[in-house]
Design a protein around this ligand. Structure first.
Ligand SMILES: Nc1ncnc2c1ncn2[C@@H]1O[C@H](COP(=O)(O)OP(=O)(O)OP(=O)(O)O)[C@@H](O)[C@H]1O
Ligand SMILES: [Mg+2]
Length: 130
């Protein structure tokens, strides 16, 4: 893993009027730290998460993963994973295939994918669903 850092990061949704959903967020999350964002509905939690994943533009400031400025890096170039509030699975694939899909896109061998999926399934107590 790596440190994740928001530096005065803002997201302003265009519109009339524009919505300043995240306003100059300064936040460092240490390597391995477990962080929970809590706040009222509409306070910008989801927007802040989407910004680090690259699913939302950063209109001001920057976002760093480790020593890399990812502010303008597309989602697929960030090497991070996200579990959505409403699940997003590929219904025609097995649980194991869903879990390993991103690794398949990265071009990893079947054997390595199998090992990593087994490791994650064990950690998450999902082995019986594979
Ligand atoms: N795509 C969008 N376009 C315009 N405004 C948006 C968009 N998405 C979110 N917003 C607005 O941005 C603000 C922050 O929304 P966000 O979804 O990040 O809040 P949240 O803290 O995740 O809320 P909840 O607890 O309800 O999930 C809200 O005012 C919301 O209406
Ligand atoms: Mg939300």
């Amino acid at each position: 893993m790596a440190e994740v850092r928001y530096e005065a990061a803002s997201r302003v949704y265009p519109g009339s009027p524009p919505v300043r959903a995240v306003d100059g967020l300064d936040l460092s999350i240490a390597d391995g730290e477990f962080l929970v964002l809590v706040g009222p509905s509409g306070s910008g939690k989801s927007t802040a998460l989407r910004m680090v994943a690259g699913l939302e533009d950063v209109d001001e400031g920057s976002i760093w993963i480790g020593d890399r400025d990812v502010t303008s890096v597309p989602p697929k170039g960030r090497d991070i994973a996200m579990v959505f509030q409403s699940y997003a699975l590929y219904p025609h694939m097995t649980v194991a295939q869903n879990m390993g899909f991103a690794l398949k896109l990265q071009g990893l061998s079947k054997q390595v994918i199998g090992e990593k999926v087994a490791e994650a399934a064990k950690l998450l107590d999902l082995e019986k669903y594979l």
